[in-house]
Design a binder for this molecule. Structure first.
Ligand SMILES: Cc1ncc(COP(=O)(O)O)c(C=O)c1O
Length: 437
């Protein structure tokens, strides 16, 4: 169903009138304090549907959709994806613990990240009967650290080499991760050295190779270029392993990065990536290996919105030009993407105003930073009571902070046209208590 508008022009998510959530939360069975803005609202049915469509696109190829928890770590979302057979891609001990607590088996968890701490490695190695499916080693040095921790635990850790394929992804510099200057992964040129190191590690078993070239990819070209490279590397790792009596690889993890349409278009759909990947995997004769992907944004991004209240409209005429700002109660602490990446999210009235005429205005938040700015949007006059910031389901709440002494936003989870769950973070009073020391 996703985001849509009813015949009166009111914004709907998952079939629910968003304004009604705030005006009449009790009609949705929401107990306790009324729901207030800023609040994230998510459509669990659409998120589950997104995972299902992606899995179907593999056309029977053995695969694992490992949801990148960093995009959205809310329990109701992770559980909804787990129910669709998704695993997890985690980048910290905290995310690992969350994935396991949401019922994702250790067998379906992979762990990336350049700076895994000893305690985090211990958690990954110690999970379940055999540890997690794969710790993605981001450097040759890390292989030795994993080996040491596995020895201390009396276990063999399953490890993949995260390869930096040296591919330029056409995306924002901050989210391009597969090029030569990036801190991520082991450069192609050093794979031989990494394999040699593995041969000397008796508590590490090489089970796969992985890569992730970047996020918000709007075409499949660079992703498939990296995938072909990874498949070739997997074959040479197989030879190196089997020639020394070790098992061949059992997984190839192509990473995430599938883009979504933030209103400026997106040529490739997530299923296009999966279909193209399935062709490459079959062409390379790797059907018997498990194909992994690590999507985050594409599973959740379009199915979450941030609802904000309008505080006031401000007008000023510093010179001949008049400026108009719409000041809302959501800020960069709630949704960092515009400040961090210059991302532009569509901002629209929660209720369509009767008067369709609009005025371009700069939508800004309350945070004391000039970068607390959601860009210029055409909004009705007089301004609406509330606005909806669209496509905020990924890298929204997970990047939120309490900067400026602001409470974290509420999160509301919809399923079947009802409120399924609400997460109310600790609030300002608890923040004050903690800061008092
Ligand atoms: C290793 C890794 N895997 C997966 C992802 C998820 O990417 P996306 O949300 O673009 O699918 C990221 C994002 O930064 C990542 O670093």
């Amino acid at each position: 169903m996703g985001f849509e508008r009813d015949e009166s022009g009111a914004a709907l998510l998952g079939g629910v009138r968003l304004a009604a959530l705030f005006d009449d939360p009790s009609s949705f069975g929401v107990d306790g304090a009324p729901l207030s803005t800023p609040a994230y609202v998510y459509d669990l049915d659409a998120i589950a549907g997104e995972a299902r469509a992606l899995r179907e696109a593999f056309g029977g190829l053995p695969h694992l959709v490992a949801f990148a928890i960093k995009a959205n770590s809310a329990g109701p979302i992770v559980r909804a994806l787990a129910a669709e057979g998704a695993g997890a891609d985690v980048v910290s001990g905290g995310e690992l613990a969350l994935a396991l607590a949401c019922g994702i088996p250790p067998e379906d968890v992979v762990y990336s990240g350049v700076a895994k701490q000893a305690a985090e490695l211990d958690r990954a190695i110690g999970a379940g009967p055999r540890g997690i499916l794969s710790i993605q080693a981001e450097s040759i040095e890390e292989l030795t650290r994993i080996d040491e921790r596995a020895r201390a635990a009396g276990r063999r850790a399953r490890v993949s080499l995260r390869i930096n394929p040296g591919v330029e992804a056409d995306t924002h510099a901050y989210i391009a991760t597969g090029h030569d200057e990036a801190k991520f992964g082991i450069p192609k040129a050093e794979i031989g050295l990494a394999v040699e190191r593995i041969q000397s590690c008796s508590n590490v078993e090489l089970v796969g190779v992985s890569s992730h070239i970047g996020s918000q990819l709007t075409t499949t070209d660079a992703y498939i270029q990296a995938a072909r490279m990874l498949l070739t590397i997997a074959s040479s790792c197989d030879v190196a392993m089997t020639s020394t009596g070790r098992p061949a690889l059992t997984l190839v993890d192509f990473g995430g990065g599938f883009g979504i349409d933030y209103g400026q278009g997106c040529d490739a759909h997530p299923a296009d990536f999966a279909r193209a990947l399935a062709v490459e995997v079959r062409r390379a004769g790797r059907e018997s290996c498990r194909t992994l992907i690590e999507p985050g944004r594409s599973l959740v991004g379009s199915h979450g919105v941030l609802c904000a209240g309008v505080v006031m409209q401000k007008r000023a005429k510093p010179n001949d030009d008049e400026r108009t700002w719409l000041i809302v109660d959501a800020g960069m602490n709630d949704l960092l993407r515009p400040a961090l990446y210059h991302a532009l999210h569509r901002i629209e009235p929660l209720e369509r105003a009767a008067d369709a005429g609009g005025l371009p205005m700069r939508v800004v938040g309350p945070v004391c930073e000039s970068s607390d700015d959601f860009g210029t949007h055409v909004l009705p006059q007089p301004p609406p009571r509330r606005v909806v910031i669209r496509d905020a389901g990924a890298y929204g709440f997970t990047m939120a902070s309490e900067y400026n002494g602001r409470a974290l936003p509420t999160e509301v989870f919809l399923r079947g046209g009802r409120v399924d769950a609400v997460i109310r973070p600790r609030g300002v009073d608890a923040w004050v208590k903690e800061r008092l020391g």
